[in-house]
Design a protein around this ligand. Structure first.
Ligand SMILES: Cc1cc2nc3c(=O)[nH]c(=O)nc-3n(C[C@H](O)[C@H](O)[C@H](O)COP(=O)(O)O)c2cc1C
Length: 386
């Protein structure tokens, strides 16, 4: 009996000790602790539950604010805005504008919300998110699960009324069964335009039937004419960006560049890229790779960087948000040198945890200094122009 009590006491003490140790590690933003303990523990949940859990952590700002303060060299100007650093959270993480403050605390230089659809919709049947652990990748087929314009707009208005001045992008999608897809995007511009720093026309998600066809030459022209017109009428005109799929052929990339060079279709920038429907032979997780949906993370890195370089050249230097497989400062730097002005991450957070944001920023600072650049702007497109 006495020995059982002793054992219980010991177990309690160990538990308490580990609790204190964890709190200290979290407070100290210990990257290895997140990698070795927290993220594996979070991965005991199924991927969608883990996603929800993480959004809730950020919604209630349960993590300490990042102590890394952005140096001058990370400051960058794009789309008529000044970013305190070039690392943003990509669309799909905070689909419904619940976690913006927590994401800012994590050190992101900007937050992209969405994709948001006009009417609320459930998205595809579950399960619809899969980890490819040994590839540091994810396949998702969420299919635009969204709280809809009304609710998301309300949350952003409340935030703006509290004087939040961070950079917010709104990524627009269309309802699955919408009879008027172009109207869905125009509606989004009219509603979100006044509170957004930039608006994204997302026609590259692989999980809404027919959506990606809107990247075709004629379809894109027909979409962009009313979209550009609508944006021009918005007070505090936000920047207009187009998000592209990495699976476009070189000819299709050329077509996109040609369409957006026309005055009536002129966007302010591109997001390159969304997830890929391709499955590289090099994937380790062969079974999981059979899931339908968009692949993101490490296996997407080269494909998206090549596309950044292509689009940078084809558009003669249009501002680009580079995204796809970034999990280090080096990866971010490669996207910047290929032509991205700012970058975004998503999947790497799933594997590395929240301290990754500061790690990327620190590494970027030293890579810039090593190459003799004083600012991010000086490095943009440097590998594309050589
Ligand atoms: C679970 C998940 C959901 C996503 N949802 C969206 C979305 O709703 N809209 C969108 O434009 N991109 C979405 N994306 C794509 C990301 O924004 C990003 O373009 C892509 O994941 C590549 O970046 P990464 O390799 O850093 O994850 C999603 C990605 C993931 C992993």
């Amino acid at each position: 009996m006495a020995s059982t009590n002793k054992f219980k006491q010991m177990a309690k003490l160990c538990g308490l000790g580990f609790g204190v140790f964890s709190a200290i590690c979290i407070y100290k933003e210990d990257t290895q602790f997140y990698k070795k303990f927290i993220m594996p523990a979070v991965h005991l949940l199924d991927p969608e539950q883990a996603h929800r859990f993480s959004v809730m952590i950020n919604k209630y700002r349960l993590l300490p604010k990042s102590k890394y303060s952005d140096p001058q060299s990370l400051k960058v100007q794009a789309f008529g805005r000044i970013f305190s650093n070039p690392v943003g959270i990509a669309a799909g993480y905070d689909k419904n504008a619940e976690a913006i403050l927590g994401l800012k605390d994590m050190g992101f230089g900007f937050v992209e919300i969405g994709s948001v659809t006009p009417l609320p919709q459930e998205g595809n049947e579950k399960p619809r998110v899969f980890r490819l652990k040994n590839d540091k990748a994810v396949i998702n087929r969420y299919g635009f699960n969204s709280d809809g314009h009304e609710k998301v707009l309300q949350r952003i208005y409340e935030l703006r009324e509290s004087n939040f001045d961070g950079i917010i992008g709104i990524n627009l999608g269309k309802n699955k069964t919408s009879p008027n897809p172009i109207g869905d995007y125009v509606k989004g511009i009219i509603r979100f335009g006044p509170v957004a720093d930039y608006i994204v026309i997302n026609i590259s998600s692989p999980n809404t039937p027919g959506l990606r066809n809107m990247q075709g030459k004629k379809e894109l022209h027909d979409l962009l004419v009313p979209v550009v017109e609508a944006v021009r009428k918005v007070p505090n005109r936000p920047a207009l960006l187009l998000k592209l799929a990495p699976d476009l052929s070189y000819e299709e990339r050329k077509d996109v560049a040609e369409v957006i060079s026309k005055k009536e279709c002129r966007v302010d920038g591109l997001i390159v890229s969304n997830t890929t429907i391709s499955r590289p032979d090099t994937l380790n997780c062969k079974e999981e790779a059979k899931q339908t949906g968009g692949l993101s993370g490490k296996p997407l890195k080269e494909l998206s960087t090549e596309m950044v370089a292509d689009m940078y050249k084809l558009t003669k230097g249009m501002p680009i948000i580079g995204v796809g497989g970034i999990s280090s400062g080096q990866d971010a730097y490669e996207k910047i040198k290929a032509g991205a002005t700012v970058v975004q991450i998503y999947t790497a957070l799933v594997y590395e945890g929240p301290t990754l944001v500061s790690e990327i920023k620190k590494e970027l600072v030293s890579l810039l200094a090593k190459d003799g650049y004083k600012t991010i702007g000086e490095a943009v497109g440097k590998s594309s122009s050589s």
